[in-house]
Design a protein. Structure first.
Length: 390
């Protein structure tokens, strides 16, 4: 990739890029992401060709105003791409955009889809952060989730990544049917023993049109209660803190200095663009998203504008988006940032309901602004609904 972050004296805004790779070996029982199992190599090649053309075209739009400082390659399962396919994607980014020399380039992966040699080749192209979707180290739980890997494969993948020195995140899941506290703690302690820089821990969400949802609808899926889920959540916070990890976002913790820079863009309303099917963008206060139709996208040959819907947000929408995203951060948000972005005081817009939430123990005043308490983190849906309906 060509590195260039200067246009003379004119400063450039930072920009994140999300690249969607919609291919996977097998759809997990809980997954509603836009992904397609079992696609032929021809379809994958055709998609990559359209994707690269789309990347270059978007680069021509943003090259004079923005400099890319984070890239996130997600899916699906990006590690299904060959080294040659991945190189095409990264070359297209370098051809189209101005790039910051210190940019973070993250890639999602499934433990059953890469080995040390493939990961090494990705790293030689510039990928410097890997997120491995482990979810659990209990083989029974993994089978119920429909994962293609077992616990040994997951640990082998983690150790291969660690041996190459890449910045590593491990994704875990709590609130899974059949997951006891003993199973949850065992997975946590084994993952911590591998010493990744970053750990994500998400609660299972039941999504419509997934096997898990259908099983739950007919009474075949026994989920942990809300109270049991919260006990698991509190326990992971305790264990991670004791192990030296910083809890910096609702479902994310890291060793000091290893926050995911790309995801922070989402949580602080910085500019980012999405490329590929089902990809979302947020630039200059406007939100857009691309079609989820794989055939349409390939047929567009990379000219996805006609397949993209754009929504210009009203002032109140932007304010509630600010609250919704920035309160995900454990340190909360700054009143000065709110005033700088919207030209008014936070208390003038949300003061009454915030006082009520503070009195109820859900929000807490900080030196710079406001944040959620632990009780607020446990009840985010209720808190956000009340703030947005102020």
């Amino acid at each position: 990739m060509t590195i260039s972050n200067s246009t003379g004296s004119r400063p450039l805004k930072g920009l994140g890029i999300y690249i969607h790779i919609p291919f996977c070996v097998k759809k997990c029982n809980y997954c509603d992401f836009v992904s397609f199992p079992g696609c032929s190599s021809q379809v994958m090649d055709e998609y990559i060709d359209a994707l690269c053309a789309d990347i270059r075209r978007k680069g021509s739009v943003y090259r004079e105003t923005h400099c890319v400082d984070t890239i996130f390659i997600g899916g699906g399962t990006p590690t299904m791409l060959s080294a040659e396919q991945m190189q095409k994607v990264l070359t297209a980014i370098g051809d189209g955009f101005r790039l910051n020399e210190t940019m973070e380039i993250s890639m999602e992966s499934n433990p059953g889809t890469f080995d040390k040699d493939r990961l090494r080749s990705y790293m030689e192209m510039g990928i410097n952060r890997l997120s491995i979707g482990v979810q659990s180290l209990d083989d029974g739980i993994l089978k119920s989730l429909g994962r293609i890997h077992g616990s040994k494969t997951a640990l082998d993948a983690i150790r291969a990544a660690k041996s190459l020195g890449i910045n590593l995140n491990v994704d875990l899941m709590l609130g899974i049917p059949g997951q006891t506290m003993e199973i949850w703690e065992d997975t946590l302690k084994k993952i911590i023993a591998e010493d990744p820089q970053h750990i994500s821990f998400y609660s299972l969400q039941l999504e419509m049109h997934t096997p898990f949802y259908e099983d739950y609808r007919v009474g075949k899926l026994d989920l942990p209660t809300w109270e049991e889920n919260r006990v698991m959540y509190h326990r992971v916070l305790e264990i991670l803190k004791d192990a030296g990890y910083k809890h910096y976002e609702v479902s994310n913790a890291c060793k000091p200095g290893y926050e995911c820079r790309h995801n922070i863009k989402y949580w602080t309303m910085q500019d980012y663009i999405g490329v590929g099917i089902a990809a979302h963008s947020f630039v200059n206060g406007a939100r857009s998203f691309t079609t989820s139709n794989l055939k349409e996208y390939i047929a567009s040959g990379g000219n996805a504008d006609k397949l993209t819907e754009t929504e210009s947000l009203e002032d109140w929408d932007l304010k509630t988006d600010f609250i919704f995203t920035e309160l995900r951060l454990i340190d909360g948000f700054s009143l000065a940032d709110y005033k700088e972005m919207f030209g008014c005081e936070y208390e003038d817009d949300f003061g009454k309901v915030t006082e009520e939430l503070e009195a109820e123990g859900y929000m807490e005043k900080t030196e710079k602004g406001w944040k959620l308490t632990l009780s607020g983190l446990d009840n985010t849906n209720n808190v956000m609904e009340r703030l947005m309906n102020e």
